[in-house]
Design a binder for this molecule. Structure first.
Ligand code: SF4
Length: 133
């Protein structure tokens, strides 16, 4: 598989869906914006019984999405950093091809070894065990 994120593109941030956070993601993002984790959570996070996700009003985009890209890029959630090497996409040619319909980075750049893609998918599983039981 080939993949290289394309400069200036924010298509993955504009897709419908949830941005899940691990507890570590929450702490890292809060620190990056200069807030306590508790305050960041109150302002930006929706916590259910077993999941955390960014509050994104229906029909809106991520609060941190800027015209120039992710506003918390150095501290962005694991889910965003690892995309498109998510467990539900790696080793799933049809899902990968469907994702390529909106991600122009798929099919570009150097060859990515499948072991490397799987390692990233595994990191996602480890970070979100409740999403990938
Ligand atoms: S859609 Fe693909 S190319 Fe565009 S920002 Fe996301 S990962 Fe990068």
């Amino acid at each position: 598989m080939r993949f290289e994120c394309q400069p200036g593109c924010t298509e993955c941030c504009r897709q419908q869906g949830f941005v899940y956070l691990s507890e570590a993601d929450l702490v890292r993002a809060a620190r990056f914006v200069g807030m306590s984790a508790a305050r960041f959570e109150r302002k930006y996070v929706y916590r259910t019984r077993n999941r955390l996700r960014l509050r994104i009003p229906r029909g809106a985009h991520c609060h941190f999405l800027r015209d120039s890209g992710c506003g918390i890029h150095p501290a962005k959630p694991t889910q965003c950093r690892i995309f498109p090497f998510w467990p539900e996409l790696v080793d799933k040619p049809r899902a990968w091809a469907k994702t390529a319909a909106y991600c122009p980075g798929i099919g570009q750049g150097p060859l990515i070894q499948i072991q490397s893609a799987r390692a990233q998918a595994e990191e996602m599983r480890q970070e979100h065990p409740k999403l990938y039981p």
